[in-house]
Design a binder for this molecule. Sequence first.
Ligand code: SF4
Length: 112
Amino acid sequence: MSDRPLASRRRFLFGTAAAAALPLVLRDLSRPAHAEDLPHLPLDHPQAKALAYVEDASKASDHPNFKPGSHCANCQFIQGKDGEAWRPCQLFPGHAVNAEGWCSAWAKKPGT
Ligand code: SF4
């Protein structure tokens, strides 16, 4: 007796399952990173430490680069939606920064 019909059926089933899963995978890949999906940037992250990142901008007021009123929400590198407490930052991919935070790379967001 030949195994061909069984192998053929397995291939068909696998192909059908893969085809059914493809739209889900593509949808996930095309989805922008949402802050709620991202871990908060750890303060001991090497780049965060190098840029003196803090979750509360008022704690950075003694930093030589600090400008009064500066914080992540009005930085040109912030992403995500206004009003969200934790948002993606272009400098820290894969993490969310506190909208009230600050780091020494802060640059004024145009129009703020
Ligand atoms: S680059 Fe801007 S948004 Fe990102 S952590 Fe620094 S101050 Fe915040």
